[in-house]
Write a protein that binds this ligand. Structure first.
Ligand SMILES: NC(=O)c1ccc[n+]([C@@H]2O[C@H](COP(=O)([O-])OP(=O)(O)OC[C@H]3O[C@@H](n4cnc5c(N)ncnc54)[C@H](OP(=O)(O)O)[C@@H]3O)[C@@H](O)[C@H]2O)c1
Length: 308
């Protein structure tokens, strides 16, 4: 027996609406495009699905974050376990993030920037290019997304190592480094360092001047996790001294925005590497919805005490 639980969803795209209304024809679904618009809708909803809700608006039973990161909610989650917080399965977003990471690495190894510059100067000049197969690539954050990134890079022939919080083996990498005591040894080995970490109290500004000091000179940093994990003033100093060869940032804290924009060693993109594709993520929500309705265990329940 189904009992329809009203859902409130923000910023829906047409396809999202279509997928939801087809799958849940008897459920009252309210849509809102902003927090203000969502407020009256929330009064009538028991489930909230989306992003951009402020925590004080949420007094529902279950909130499913549309997206893998929950730092915006988990930092000050006042409900304990009274309201269940779930997130989107990172593997559903990770395949696109892998493409971005490969593009960022190949952009440097294939030296297309040099090719374009020479072409714009109407010159043909021989230069050597590098290979992913000669690189040691570190993935900080070997979760659902980081493991997928590691697996594909390893298949491409890179020497891949990873860093995570818990001592769990991961077949995507040659070696797993664990926790803060092993962070310096981990970064010391990397030619390329990919940050695929959630933002938590522990990871905020974690990649600071001290950590960068232990990195190989000329390291390529790629941040696809959250901006505030990387201390941007340390990054800018690192770019100036040559400690950092290049940084590709899909996410960054806006504090250093103007400096980041002009630094020639930094490539920025506007948080685009992991799009939320409705056909991939809505079925995940629907599986959780079915579990919720029948009192079964939902997937991707966030441990709010550790903030991810
Ligand atoms: N740029 C984008 O478009 C985009 C899109 C989606 C997601 N993201 C970001 O990517 C993040 C990761 O997503 P996910 O699905 O892979 O999450 P996940 O499966 O929860 O994995 C998180 C990983 O980070 C590790 N970690 C957390 N805190 C740590 C700490 N203090 N020290 C060392 N390792 C730590 C975890 O270690 P354990 O394995 O030991 O727990 C885990 O390996 C999200 O939180 C989000 O911020 C960005």
């Amino acid at each position: 027996l189904r009992f329809p639980v009203p859902v409130c969803l923000n910023s829906p795209r047409d396809l999202t609406r279509r997928l939801l209304s087809t799958a849940l024809p008897d459920v009252e679904i309210h849509y809102a495009g902003s927090a203000t618009e969502a407020t009256p809708q929330l009064e009538r909803s028991q489930i909230v699905y989306g992003w951009g809700f402020s925590v004080d608006l949420l007094r529902r039973i279950w909130m499913q974050k549309m997206g893998a990161g929950v730092d915006d909610l988990a930092e000050e989650w006042p409900f304990g376990s009274k309201v269940v917080l779930t997130r989107t399965d990172g593997r559903l977003i990770g395949t696109r993030m892998v493409e971005y990471v490969i593009a960022a690495i190949l952009d440097k190894t294939s030296r297309f920037d040099v090719a374009r510059r020479l072409q714009s100067e109407r010159r043909w000049e021989y230069f050597e290019i590098g290979s992913i197969q000669d690189l040691c690539i570190g993935v900080a954050g070997l979760g659902e997304i980081g493991s997928e990134i590691g697996r594909v890079l390893r298949d491409l022939g890179a020497d891949v190592i990873g860093w995570r919080r818990s001592p769990v083996d991961c077949s995507s990498v040659r070696q797993v480094f664990v926790g803060f005591p092993e962070l310096h040894s981990f970064v010391r080995e990397c030619d390329v360092l990919i940050l695929a970490l959630p933002l938590t109290q522990e990871t905020k500004n974690l990649f600071n001047a001290e950590v960068l000091k232990h990195c190989r000179r000329g390291i390529h940093l790629i941040n696809v996790g959250r901006g505030a994990v990387l201390d941007e003033s340390a990054l800018l100093d690192g770019c100036e001294t040559g400690r950092v060869g290049h940084a590709t940032l899909d996410v960054f804290a806006l504090a250093g925005y103007s400096s980041v924009l002009v630094a020639p060693q930094i490539t920025i993109t506007p948080h685009v590497c992991g799009p939320l594709i409705p056909e991939r993520i809505i079925p995940h929500f629907l599986r959780n919805y079915a579990a919720f309705e029948t009192g079964k265990q939902m997937q991707h329940v966030v441990d709010v005490s550790r903030q991810y």
